[in-house]
Design a protein around this ligand. Structure first.
Ligand code: ASP
Length: 435
């Protein structure tokens, strides 16, 4: 699901998604101005309201796809990845600490800069905010679903992850048992889950193809009804997210410096190909082979650490996405005048961790799972429409951080001693494998 695949073909040339969105933005601004730019006539106002419809539909589709995507992504990762026992525990600890740090950095920046208060926004067609009472302990209490299929119906991310992890762990154990006994029954299920996962990802790519139309509609509608002030608030949000992602980069460099033999300079130069690929493809999964090769050939890590961090870890490790989801929730809460206290922000942390674990490393996956974070803390998901207009850019930035996070985990797993000359050199074999 790279940009290349998503591109619209025109006159024999592929127009990448981000370019389509940019064109949609420009056309929408022109239309919004023509319709009144904040001062529409009653007739223009009617047209402007209808323009919001494609965005509403895209959001509904994203929300509907979020639960199967998370469930299948987690099951798929559990069934198909190979994690050795002790390293698995280390990997899990590193993933949780890095993701938590990312979310805390995001919340810190959002609390200090308060980008949602820089400009008043009242989104066209958003309706009333759901001012649901936050209840973190109730959330823990409801972690176990009443019925197995209920989390899928209710879009409850915590219950869904409980369900996905339980089935993932059990299926993995059954697979291991069957392999030991020489049975192959598990393969059928593995294939079904792989195919279903791919099917959801493909349907998601159809929805993503409609994003330029949704952006055109929502931006045209917003400009016509409210003028340009909502976009000033979004500029504040973009600045805040980019700042937080930069701080997360500093966090990685410090961790790599103190926790591994790799110098921050080597880390950055060795990862440059992966960072550029991540920014241009918008997908950490598509970048995986480049990340892996960079770690092996340019940084010089052991094959085991490179594969555990960049191939296995990347299935679960989406720090940039976690940071973004937490910041978006806080931003929208600020926009609609809800002050989230510490307990409520704890709920944001918890759900963002889960939502980032479930976000597949493909374009816009974070936008999909964000609907679940919003639902969990009682924020109106209609406001995600506003974020769609800047997501094409922020998604690229957070994908780079997702890749950097995988590289950091690999370096930390490699430890303080560089690979010695005597250790078997598997680079060539693996380099040819990822080519
Ligand atoms: N595009 C991101 C990635 O591939 C996921 C996201 O949407 O946050 O890692």
């Amino acid at each position: 699901m790279s940009d290349h695949e998503q591109g619209l073909r025109l006159f024999g040339k592929t127009i990448p998604l981000y370019l389509q969105i940019l064109v949609a933005l420009v056309l929408a601004v022109v239309l919004g101005i023509a319709l009144g730019a904040g001062n529409p006539s009653p007739q223009s106002a009617e047209i402007a309201k209808d323009l919001a419809l494609p965005c509403t539909l895209v959001l509904k589709a994203l929300r509907a796809l979020a639960t199967p995507l998370i469930l299948l992504a987690v099951l798929h990762a559990f069934l198909t990845t190979n994690i050795p026992g002790r390293s698995g525990r280390r990997l899990a600890i590193l993933l949780v600490t890095n993701t938590t740090a990312a979310i805390l950095i995001g919340l810190l920046v959002a609390n200090v800069l308060r980008p949602g208060t820089w400009e008043k926004i009242n989104l066209a067609g958003s309706g009333e905010a759901i001012n649901k009472q936050f209840d973190p302990w109730g959330l823990v209490d409801s972690g176990v679903p009443d019925a197995v299929l209920k989390p899928l119906v209710d879009n409850n991310v915590i219950q869904l992850i409980v369900l996905a992890l339980s089935f993932g762990i059990v299926l993995r154990a059954i697979k291991a048992q069957q392999i030991e006994e020489g049975k192959t029954g598990y393969q059928a299920l593995e294939h079904v889950i792989t195919i279903l996962f791919e099917a959801v990802v493909r349907i998601l790519s159809w929805v993503i193809m409609l994003v330029p139309i949704a952006v055109f509609g929502i931006v045209g509608s917003t400009v016509a009804l409210k003028g340009f002030s909502p976009f000033k608030a979004l500029a504040a949000f973009v600045i805040a997210v980019v700042l937080a992602l930069s701080l997360q980069t500093c966090y990685y460099l410090i961790r790599v410096h103190f926790g591994s033999w790799v110098s921050p300079r080597l880390f950055l130069t060795g990862g440059i190909d992966a960072f550029l690929t991540a920014f241009s493809t918008d997908s950490s999964v598509a970048t995986m082979p480049v990340t892996f090769r960079g770690l092996l050939e340019k940084v010089g890590l052991r094959e085991s650490s490179a594969s555990l961090g960049a191939l296995v870890g990347s299935n679960f490790n989406n720090d940039g996405t976690a940071l973004y989801e937490a910041m978006s929730a806080l931003f929208i809460a600020q926009v609609i005048g809800l002050n989230l206290n510490l307990e409520q922000q704890f709920v944001v942390i918890l759900t963002s961790i889960f939502a980032s674990v479930g976000a597949a490393g493909i374009p816009e996956a974070g936008l999909v799972t964000m609907t679940l974070v919003f639902t969990a803390v009682g924020l109106p998901t209609q406001y995600i429409a506003l974020l769609i207009t800047v997501d094409w850019f922020l998604d690229r930035c957070r994908t780079v951080i997702n890749v950097m996070g995988d590289m950091t985990v690999s370096c930390l797993l490699d430890g303080k001693e560089p690979k010695s000359e005597r250790e078997p050199d598997l680079e060539e074999a693996f380099a040819s494998e990822v080519d």
